[in-house]
Unconditional design. Structure first.
Length: 203
């Protein structure tokens, strides 16, 4: 299994899209899709902001740059592929700090409506992750609209910095499955084999 920051972020964007699309077709259980959309959209943004930092200076992704440099030196000396293989306790920044570093250190402006939208999603995500959430019908309908808007803001922003993002999201999560066995056909085939064997024995 290998998931780059790009693969990981795009996968979560597609998960968000799928959850928001499913809402239109469900008669019940919509709250599960809303929960999934909140978690995956928050994750997608955090990962993709880190990707933009990594593409410029990788150490900016980490809370403690000195600790990252030490881990990178150890990684190189031991021939490892990832700093977490030698220092699993390394901490990466959250998306608020990622935005701050992008704007102040990389001169990439993050539009205010995306930031405001993400702060709202983050608040709901924290409620879900760490305690509980309780919304009346009006608030529930409102959060769905806000999630759709935030998803669109996200695609619009990152499309400026990641070539072909929409196509990557469209192609993400393609899964190959084993065909379900056709039990009826198998039974018929076995029966015909049986008849052929009987016929052969009788001749």
């Amino acid at each position: 299994m290998k998931l780059s920051l790009l693969d990981n972020g795009v996968d979560s964007l597609k998960a968000t899209y799928n959850s928001l699309e499913d809402i239109h077709y469900l008669l019940g259980g919509v709250e599960h899709r809303v929960k999934d959309a909140i978690l995956s959209l928050n994750h997608a943004n955090e990962i993709l902001f880190k990707l933009l930092l990594q593409q410029r200076v990788e150490c900016l992704v980490f809370v403690d740059i000195e600790a990252y440099m030490n881990a990178k030196a150890e990684m190189n000396s031991k021939g490892k592929n990832n700093v977490f293989e030698v220092k699993p306790g390394l901490q990466t920044i959250n998306f608020s700090e990622a935005i701050r570093r992008l704007e102040l250190l990389c001169d990439i402006e993050v539009c205010s409506y995306l930031k405001k939208s993400l702060n709202y999603v983050k608040q709901k995500r924290n409620q879900i992750m760490h305690y509980e959430i309780n919304l009346n019908e009006g608030e529930f309908n409102s959060i769905i609209n806000k999630l759709v808007n935030c998803y669109e803001y996200t695609i619009r922003f990152f499309s400026k910095h990641i070539n072909g993002l929409s196509e990557l999201v469209e192609d993400a999560r393609l899964e190959l499955t084993l065909d379900e066995p056709d039990v009826e056909a198998m039974r018929d085939e076995s029966y015909f084999d049986y008849l052929a064997e009987v016929d052969e024995n009788n001749n």
